[in-house]
Design a protein around this ligand. Sequence first.
Ligand code: ZN
Length: 228
Amino acid sequence: MLQFSYNFFAHLLDSALNHGYRITSFEKYDTLQPQTIIMRHDVDYTLNGVRELAEIEFDRGCTATYLFRVHADEYNLFSCLAASLVQQLRQMGHEIGLHFEAMNVGRALGLDPPSLLLREKKVIESIFGFPVRTCSEHRELSGQIHSTPLFDELYDPYAAGFDFYSMDRRFCKDMKYLSDSNANWREGDPLKHYGKHPRMQVLIHPDWWFERDLLLKGPYVHPRGTHI
Ligand SMILES: [Zn+2]
């Protein structure tokens, strides 16, 4: 089974369920549940693959948090097609969150990052009409080039009114954190971690995952190169 294929994603979920894990979004995370995987999806450069992962989760009674950018060059969250996708995700029980860029965009435009973060959150809430409770930071090359700190090194994301910040220590230090950033499972095969940790946060970028071949998935680019 090919790594990053939708079949492999389904296998990841099925194996987790067989190990007794509950797979959930941030907003539905139950701290009393002993075995839990919080499933997080940062939507970086394409919407392709989002619906496919969401349906695989839905078919198994799982939920996930899909975090979208509002400053992406590569997709417009407020286009009719994307807005329809957001509606479908919510109908499947998934959570919609903000993949924020307040540090990098704030730097480029000379805007105060905490104020910008608040407005990024509010713009999704005003267009879609539901509260945005969860956020994660989009990290890309310009941040490295400009030596831009991470938001949480200088500010508190919770000040913008979020309930869940993905890199809060309770979600990445107090539980196992696995990520497929740059199409690389830095901690090895995620399957080998099952059963060793009662709680995990698993970050999967829909960008990397495909049906038969990544090149057949549709046109998209990663113009800023490496990101995490
Ligand atoms: Zn990102």
